[in-house]
Write a protein that binds this ligand. Sequence first.
Ligand SMILES: Cc1cc2nc3c(=O)[nH]c(=O)nc-3n(C[C@H](O)[C@H](O)[C@H](O)COP(=O)(O)OP(=O)(O)OC[C@H]3O[C@@H](n4cnc5c(N)ncnc54)[C@H](O)[C@@H]3O)c2cc1C
Length: 418
Amino acid sequence: MNASQLDVAVVGAGALGLFTAYSLARRGANVVVYEAEPFENLRNASWGNAGHIIPIMSVPIASPANIKAAATGIFKKGSFIRVPTQIDSHTVGFMLEFFKTSRRSKWLTGLAALHDLNARALAEFEEIQASGVDCGFERAPFVSAFETVDAARGQMADHVDATAAGASLSMDLLSKSRLHELEPLSRSVGQFGLMMNEQGLVQPPLMLDSLMGTLGSLGVRLVQDAVTEILPTSSGDVKLEFARLPSAIHQKVVVATGAWLDQLSSDHGVQPKVLAGFGYSLQVDVPSLPQGMLYFPEAKIATTRLGDSLRISTLLQIDKPGAAFDQKSGQLLENNARRVLPMAQWETVRNKWHGGRPISSDGIPIIGETRTANVYVNGGHGMWGVTLGPISGRLLAEAMLAEDPEISVPGFSARRSA
Ligand SMILES: Cc1cc2nc3c(=O)[nH]c(=O)nc-3n(C[C@H](O)[C@H](O)[C@H](O)COP(=O)(O)OP(=O)(O)OC[C@H]3O[C@@H](n4cnc5c(N)ncnc54)[C@H](O)[C@@H]3O)c2cc1C
């Protein structure tokens, strides 16, 4: 299809929606992005995340190891895994599908599919940055500061499987003294370390602002309103209904509504369910910044250099996408972070945030055309939606322009059964 004749609506201005809009507009399509929240004050998952671009860690979230960690962690005091605040039939359905998928054979199939996306993730950021979208992307090491050998074995097991699936990794094991020398912030608890070289990091708020600025210069319209329904028309176009605005007709629609994906996609036969895997983050000043990303696996505390301070994030709490900020979870993040980072200037804490990772019930992204012609989905990227944002956006844009229901990397079909 000639892209300049294509009129596309993208619903949702998170990383997945904006990178898809960017790839479509760069290829000449006329694009409108509809977003429920004000564009100048977006606080979605793509804004508040840790900004780690670490393809080798992007593995399917539905796994026997995660089920075991959830089953033991949920009852542990101070655990990063919390019980949902509301349990309804949708949540129960999600849980049942998630458990059903958490088998090693399924995990390995998902891992192989993800490998093909992961392999292109860093290069895609480099290209986008070079083309003028300032995501704050840079190559940087990712250092894990371990307290126990068991935690290191768990992390290494995933890396070994990812490597067996084709990923490459340059990694250094660090003695205690080397770890403390390279990352002084690890001093309180780190007994030894593992450094993955040449990973990436972005500055999430800058990435969103810069993407929206570039979209404006490419002629993309950014319209604030919530889409309430997506309906096929007899002419093959698609009609959107809104909370406030009158309805609009577009040739194609991409649903990229993050943890809210089901609300618009399930009517179009998308079977994997999506729930929010809430995480919390905050910002604090520290006496010295990490080289890039510093992770405390036992405490599940992820840190990133954000400007001249540190963003700290953690927690996985499956819940409804609109669930309110939970003071207890916010406090838990701070308590766990204070334990591993006592040297941070805790009186400077700011930007306390929570947001929902879109977790799919089979643990891998959903990308492609739904059972309704011209209605597409790009979502369910879980823990790694920023890492996979640019590549998912490009592959979906290419599939849409080729009028192909599937992206060129198999495994993520929006028509798969749950
Ligand atoms: C604490 C934390 C740390 C993380 N760290 C990392 C990391 O280091 N690296 C990484 O790669 N990933 C990370 N993630 C995951 C990543 O943030 C998500 O996978 C990604 O941001 C999801 O992007 P999205 O565009 O699908 O959803 P979102 O960013 O949530 O965007 C969806 C948008 O759709 C809008 N919307 C919803 N419904 C409608 C509607 N009906 N009409 C119009 N608009 C609508 C919402 O308002 C929202 O703005 C982290 C997540 C969390 C919570």
